[in-house]
Design a protein around this ligand. Sequence first.
Ligand code: 13P
Length: 310
Amino acid sequence: MNNTADTLPKNNLVKEILFWKKKREALILAHVYQPGDIQDIADFTGDSLFLSQQAAKTQAKVIVFCGVQFMAETASMLSPEKIVLLPEIKAGCPLADMASAEEVKNKIKELSKAVVVSYVNSSAVVKSLSDYCCTSANAVQIAKAIPAEKEILFLPDMNLANFTAKKAKRKIIPWPGFCPTHHLLTREEVIKAKKLHPLALLLVHPECRPEVGDLADYIGSTRGIIEFASNNQAKEYIIGTELGILHPLKKNNPNKIFFPASENMVCRDMKLITLEKILCSLQNLEPRIIVPEEIRKKSLQALNRMIEIT
Ligand code: 13P
């Protein structure tokens, strides 16, 4: 039988991926929201900041980005000489889509004196219109680095904007966007989870609503959450971010127990990537993510300013 990626048993599929990865001199990067079997075959897993740093450093010829469009775009901006593959081209980000280039241009005109900080979860064009880029791991640090007298327009996530304003003690104008997966988590669900697991610490992502953050023992990026849980003495944790993160949390901490704050915290776009699609992508060197040079140059300034500060 002529085995296609769709019919290969999982072990063979993984072997084939590793064979093609070597042949293509490729590096596989996976965000921690990816399905567990994909995280297990990746060279690096981590948060948006860490993965973009790996993309910038690597000597590999090909980067297979197991994540969503804006992440692969960022990798391509930082490594334009490399082939950047996104195994499922439809894997987008509803939050990034909440700030169109046209709307952002108009807002910038209206607030002509404001410094524009765009969260990495934004399109390449929006980044090219921005002064600084940031991730959830360094948003506070970036805001603090901007001269105090300057007004900041922060986009596209309003919850991260408000969290950053509070932590950096800065006046920030938030763009009214949100991540549907994180914004979905309600205070009531969290209170219910806390009642069910009274000894557990609550760790949430800053894309959650402020009233959820108010109940948390820790608010941080996905890497921050993983580090907090690994270094803390507590045995039980309620996790308020996308469910994919439970994979590394459980793997790295076999003696601890992790409960999702809500079973509904699933990013459908992240789950569009499969092992089969990774294999096809390595074989065909498609779908490729290429950022037009003019946009790349402009957005790189915002990205490099972030990398310099952090
Ligand atoms: P991190 O940068 O914390 O990994 O978050 C990425 C993301 O897309 C959150 O929705």
